[in-house]
Design a protein around this ligand. Structure first.
Ligand code: MD3
Ligand code: FE
Length: 206
């Protein structure tokens, strides 16, 4: 099932389910090498969502600001490689949505526990806004908030479920978005959590 929610926002329901077990095995290996951790905002507050990365670059936040880094600050080592199963899934989803040459070099892995959410924001730490972003949702469902270019635009709630893949680019690339606090629950495969993978092209190698 494929629908365009707004120009440039494509929802591919259940797209991540075909290769779920290889995907989960790959994520387990990523988390073993680069553990999930609560980063701090530049203002010093602990984020509600725990995060890690894989791929050539990882998104990090600390007192120095938000940026992409080739190394995990916890270990000083490069982030784990982007698993082939994950890259293939993201490239295929982007192509389905009309973005033929998606070349992700960064994957942020977010883990939401019940009660955790993400405030309305734009993804603008990348250098290349011509490339789309692909987001994969696993585990407990979440209410995603889809806003517009203007922060003042009232966001539209959208339920994202286990296996859903969202691609956004073009006119939607800089839309505001957020995630409502996760409801309590226990997913049969993933337990009391939601995992979100966000694949991006940082543009750092350009
Ligand atoms: C933007 N993560 O890590 S990704 C982030 O579910 C982040 O963990 C959220 O925002 C998460 O920066 C959401 C999905 C997403 C989906 C649709 C969008 C972001 C979007 C549509 C327009 C703009
Ligand atoms: Fe975002």
């Amino acid at each position: 099932e494929h629908c365009e929610l707004a120009p440039g926002v494509h929802l591919l329901r259940g797209h991540a389910l075909d290769e779920l077990e290889p995907l989960l095995a790959a994520l387990r290996a990523v988390i073993a090498a680069a553990p999930l951790r609560f980063m701090r905002t530049p203002g010093g507050r602990r984020m509600a969502v725990s995060m890690t990365n894989c791929g050539r670059y990882g998104w990090v936040s600390d007192a120095r600001g938000y940026r992409y880094s080739p190394c995990d600050p916890l270990s000083g080592s490069p982030w784990p490689a982007l698993p082939a199963v994950l890259e293939a899934l993201a490239v295929r989803a982007a192509a389905c949505a009309g973005f033929a040459d998606f070349a992700p070099d960064a994957c942020l892995l977010n883990r939401y526990r019940p009660g955790a959410g993400m405030g309305l924001h734009q993804d603008r730490d990348e250098r290349d806004f011509t490339q789309p972003i692909v987001s994969i949702s696993l585990g407990l469902p979440a209410t995603f908030l889809l806003g517009g270019l203007q922060r003042s635009q009232r966001p539209r709630p959208l339920r994202l479920e286990h296996g859903d893949v969202l691609v956004w680019g073009g006119p939607a690339r800089l839309f505001h978005h957020g995630v409502s606090p996760l409801r309590e629950g226990c997913h049969p495969r993933l337990g009391a959590q939601r995992l979100n993978l966000t694949l991006r092209c940082s543009g750092l190698d350009a």
